[in-house]
Design a binder for this molecule. Structure first.
Ligand code: MRU
Length: 359
């Protein structure tokens, strides 16, 4: 996607370094960073300089490539996998990407590992873009149907599942970008997504692409659905079970409940690596990341002098809990938009679409 006329991916190789967009400085400042080793990659993932399930996976793959450039021994590979795999627990794309790198690199001699690692990381990144374009094409049909019936399509989305959360294009936002680019009138209600406010990233990237959008408080979605202001909800996901439960940013579940009550279709847009075929019960089998209470107790703002400030919004000594994700049970999900097509959110639906045998 383009920023000020220049095309960017969210992660890319630059000679022997890995370049990223520092998302902790958005939407106020667009700033890129060059990372030189696996520790800097681990820090970028933990601190959410890069974030979003597919982007975390691709960045970790590049982190393995950096690690192989200094120590390509079996021990070096295992230690990079452990370090990077421990950065964030919920998005399955992280362990998916690392396992894929390890499998590929174990099959080549240490002397050839650095080159093979860079190549595999690049494949993972390119594949992510292809997955997202396919999700966009499948989701586009849903938006086109609504537009044919009633004109402007009002989509509600939660968190940021746009190009910033992936290598490019995005997952939940992919159908929206494709619809907008093909002349379908589309408007997006953007949940602010407290406490990290990923909604600001969504508003930023939609606006840069010229897609009409309106930022709303997290609590406003239900009201808008009750009043017919939302045609469909599309969210991303950090992990989807083999039975169609959707784990995504905290607050997603409440949107799905409201959507069900109001008869608004609720979709999750998901690249195939986000489906965890090994788990069947999202509520009990997915580790939900608990992040620092500071994320809730403080807020970043831009002061009148255009300086980013970080201020407390809760009284000193307030205790806070900050679970970062929740699970929406499959029964609340209308369907899952994947790179393979659109599947009912169920064991049978997903297995049929991916031509897998039901275990
Ligand atoms: O904590 P984050 O910002 O990494 O969480 C991101 C989300 O929950 C996204 O909605 C999800 O990863 C899908 S991104 C394509």
């Amino acid at each position: 996607m383009k920023v000020a006329g220049v095309a960017y991916r969210s992660v890319w190789r630059e000679a022997d370094r890995v370049a990223i967009i520092d998302q902790t400085r958005l939407p106020f400042e667009f700033h890129t960073l060059r990372l030189s080793n696996q520790d800097e990659i681990a820090h970028a993932i933990r601190s959410m300089q890069v974030r979003g399930a597919p982007l975390i996976g691709a960045t970790a793959a590049y982190g393995v490539a950096l690690a192989m450039s200094t120590n390509a021994s079996d021990a070096g590979l295992q230690s990079a996998a452990k370090l990077l795999g421990g950065t964030r627990p919920t998005a399955v794309n992280l362990c998916w990407a690392i396992e894929r790198m390890v499998r590929r690199l174990q099959a080549v001699a240490p002397a050839a590992r650095a080159a093979a690692a860079w190549e595999e990381a690049e494949h993972i990144a390119e594949e992510d873009i292809a997955f997202n374009l396919a999700i966009g094409r499948h989701g586009l049909a849903l938006l086109r149907n609504i537009a044919d019936r009633k004109g402007t399509v009002n989509v509600l989305t939660h968190c940021n599942a746009g190009w910033l959360a992936t290598v490019d294009v995005g997952t939940a936002l992919a159908p929206i970008y494709l619809a907008h680019d093909s002349g379908i009138p589309v408007h997006v209600w953007v949940d602010e997504t407290r406490p990290r406010n990923q909604g600001m990233l969504t508003a930023w990237e939609l606006s840069r692409h010229g897609v009409p959008n309106t930022l709303i408080a997290d609590n406003a979605g239900g009201h808008l659905m009750q009043h017919g202001e939302v045609d469909l909800v599309i969210v991303g996901a950090d992990r989807v079970t083999a039975t169609g439960d959707v784990c995504n940013k905290i607050g997603t579940y409440l949107k799905a409940l409201a959507a069900k009550d109001c008869g608004v279709p609720f979709y999750a847009a998901v690249p195939s690596p986000t489906i965890d075929w090994n788990i069947h019960d999202g509520l009990h089998e997915i580790a939900i990341e608990e992040r620092s209470a500071d994320e809730l107790l403080t807020m970043r703002t831009l002061d009148p002098a255009n300086l980013i400030t970080h201020g407390r919004i809760a009284p000193e000594g307030t205790s806070a809990a900050n679970p970062a994700f929740d699970v929406t049970p499959a029964r609340l999900v209308t369907a899952i938009i994947t790179d393979h097509g659109i599947a009912p959110a169920s064991r049978e639906g997903l297995h049929d679409l991916f031509r897998r045998k039901v275990a």
